[in-house]
Design a protein around this ligand. Sequence first.
Ligand SMILES: Nc1ncnc2c1ncn2[C@@H]1O[C@H](COP(=O)(O)OP(=O)(O)OP(=O)(O)O)[C@@H](O)[C@H]1O
Ligand SMILES: [Mg+2]
Length: 253
Amino acid sequence: MARRKKIYEGKAKILYEGPEPGTFVQYFKDDATAFNAEKKDVIEGKGVLNNRLSEFFMNGLTAVGIPNHFIRRINMREQLIRQVEIIPLEVIVRNYAAGSLSKRLGIEEGTALPRPIIEFCYKDDALGDPLVAEEHIIAFGWAAQQDLDDMVALALRVNDFLSGVMFGVGIRLVDFKIEIGRVWDNDFQRLIVADEISPDSCRLWDMETGQKLDKDVFRRDLGNLADAYTEVARRLGVLPSNVTHAVKPTLIN
Ligand SMILES: Nc1ncnc2c1ncn2[C@@H]1O[C@H](COP(=O)(O)OP(=O)(O)OP(=O)(O)O)[C@@H](O)[C@H]1O
Ligand SMILES: [Mg+2]
């Protein structure tokens, strides 16, 4: 088989050229990074879980009419996606205070916010993905005002959907981050949800115990990350039948 052309290798995923023009294959790695890649590890099975979970969430978005890049899953670690032109912003939606917002503003983690708060970070690893204002986004041409309005609307729809899905399985959606990209249908430009939606990009707390079921488990050394993601997948009924993590050959005496 001819080797596929690698388009981009990031910290958590690899993009390959897809089978048709305008498509990519997105491969989910087991690598975990935090604090702008200062902390790194390989978490066996994470890629498999995130591939499945992102498929589940993106299919859910499609079902309720929220446009996104997901086409179909190819195998345990790969999915076919529509190629987009990524807007160089991370769009963060927060329902409860946590992480950098708590730190920056001195608001205790877990405090319910009066309304969902949307933040934008400029995607630039060298700068540490800094928080930016709409003024910067417009002035530097990263997105137009109309794009920003569309991005906010899209992010809030994703928030409503994801909050409801997670509530249904006893999990609080504290916050999450999405990436959004442009696609063209003839001359008409649209914005769609791209990248991934997974416990790597969300904060998920068990509603009863407050247990963290997301990447903070890794960031803060709170236990086994794959176990946390497996629990999310299990509750959502999307656990792959043959999860690879921790299923190493065992010696039976
Ligand atoms: N549908 C898509 N079309 C084009 N690019 C995409 C699409 N979905 C995601 N991407 C991009 O693919 C890359 C996925 O790799 P990964 O998430 O590992 O990157 P990363 O290490 O987080 O770095 P960065 O996001 O800063 O490039 C990201 O750059 C993301 O913006
Ligand atoms: Mg990424």
